[in-house]
Design a protein around this ligand. Structure first.
Ligand code: HEC
Length: 137
């Protein structure tokens, strides 16, 4: 019960002032350049300078929507960036970015199914940029 209360509290906070602050794709782009581009490439197409060292290869992140039948897979992307659905390439169960993003205040965003999902402000900015760069075909 305690846990549920904490959860509801967090949700309330999330929908409060923090949620009112808009996601910033420009900031997301900067974060991407700093933390993700070595592997995913500056334009997120999976062609970063470290790509030859990587196995598996980083996917083309401009095709997330296409690969998910035309729907940007918010929940999957959030969970893979914030480490809830750990990827070995992202640092396994102790995500490289966890610490960084955990320090930021929690914000609520919405999954593709319209469910609220909590994550950090920087992740929401990254999402906004990734959403913007999705190709149509
Ligand atoms: C060390 C190299 C590396 C860095 C740095 C990196 N990634 Fe990845 N990423 C990968 C690889 C490799 C995969 C594919 C791995 C897999 O599927 O197991 C991947 C997968 C993903 C996926 C999953 C795509 C899907 O189809 O589910 C997302 C989303 C993603 N990365 C976003 C990011 C973001 C955002 C950052 C920066 C915060 C980042 N990555 C930093 C290497 C990296």
């Amino acid at each position: 019960m305690k846990r549920l209360t904490a959860c509801l509290f967090a949700l309330t906070l999330g929908f409060g002032p923090a949620a009112a602050q808009d996601a910033d794709p420009a900031l997301g782009e900067q974060l991407f350049a700093r933390y993700c581009a070595t592997c995913h490439g500056a334009s997120a197409m999976g062609d970063g300078p470290r790509v030859n060292e990587l196995n598996p290869q980083p996917p083309d992140l401009t095709r997330l929507t296409i690969r998910h039948n035309g729907v940007f897979p918010v929940e999957r992307v959030v969970m893979r960036i914030d480490g809830r659905d750990p990827l070995v390439s992202h640092g396994s169960s102790m995500p490289v970015y966890g610490e960084l993003f955990d320090e930021a205040p929690w914000v609520a965003t919405k999954t593709e199914a319209g469910q609220p999902i909590l994550t950090s402000g920087p992740v929401v900015d990254l999402l906004a940029w990734l959403r913007k760069i999705q190709v149509k075909e």
